[in-house]
Ligand binder design. Sequence first.
Ligand SMILES: Nc1ncnc2c1ncn2[C@@H]1O[C@H](COP(=O)(O)OP(=O)(O)OP(=O)(O)O)[C@@H](O)[C@H]1O
Length: 286
Amino acid sequence: MTTNGSLLSGEVNLMSNAVDGVTPPFLDLRDIVIKHGDRTAVDGVDLTVAPGEFLALLGPSGCGKSTLLHVLAGLRRAHSGELRLNGSPAAADLSGKLRVGYVFQDHRLLPWRTVAQNITIAMKSAGVPKDEWDARIDRYLGMLRVGEYRDSWPMRLSGGQRQRVSIARALAVDPDVVLMDEPFSGLDEVTARAMRLELSRLREVSSVPTVFVTHSIKEALFLADRVVTLSHGPARVLKELSVSLPRPRQYEDPEFARLEASVVADVLKEWELTDAAPGAPERRAS
Ligand SMILES: Nc1ncnc2c1ncn2[C@@H]1O[C@H](COP(=O)(O)OP(=O)(O)OP(=O)(O)O)[C@@H](O)[C@H]1O
């Protein structure tokens, strides 16, 4: 780590860099600090994502989850810290080093393009060969059960259907990593539950490493292999929890309820004790 806020850059080897049979994390972030101007948004976060892992980043509104995701997406540089990709040092700026499938809170489909055209635009900019476009559109829309809307305008779809299309668009670029920023928080609870189930089902056929940002404890426990709980802003890691319950998970399962209660106890204690407003410039002394 350099002292001027930027990181040492290095060759990025996207192939596995296993040493002595031990596969390194796909992504390995150490002591990452991210600032907006002179305000610290992420304050020394350590985070790993294993190959094929579904990781949930759980934190309260404004704590810095999206900011962290933006660094993973290569949209923003870390101020300081160490970042590794498959065991090899990577620069603070991941831009162009990973093919990212990004799913936003809102669908971000262009209303003047059909569903298929929206997906085509993403594939084109990701460099997917043209002769694969049609097959991929059919495959991923089919996988998300919205194949019949291939040639529809986004405005003809429900909110849940639009989010299905935006997930299909993210997968169609054959991403190295999928980043999802509260993709179901704009949906009603019934639709959100259906979408979580859909995503859980998708994991059976797709093992792209995924980082899923949420402030919903239920959602994190329903979906993730591992839940990383963040503090009030500026974000610090409070706790990590591996979730080994079989899928699809049941909210009413006593073990699910027990895990939920333990996370609630952890986060409420921290979040309630923090009287600083979200995004306050400095973290509380602990
Ligand atoms: N471009 C920016 N310039 C200045 N401050 C910013 C910028 N983007 C975010 N922030 C601030 O950084 C802090 C973290 O924001 P961020 O969007 O990462 O939080 P979040 O946990 O994703 O919030 P939410 O769950 O509400 O989406 C907030 O205080 C926010 O106001």
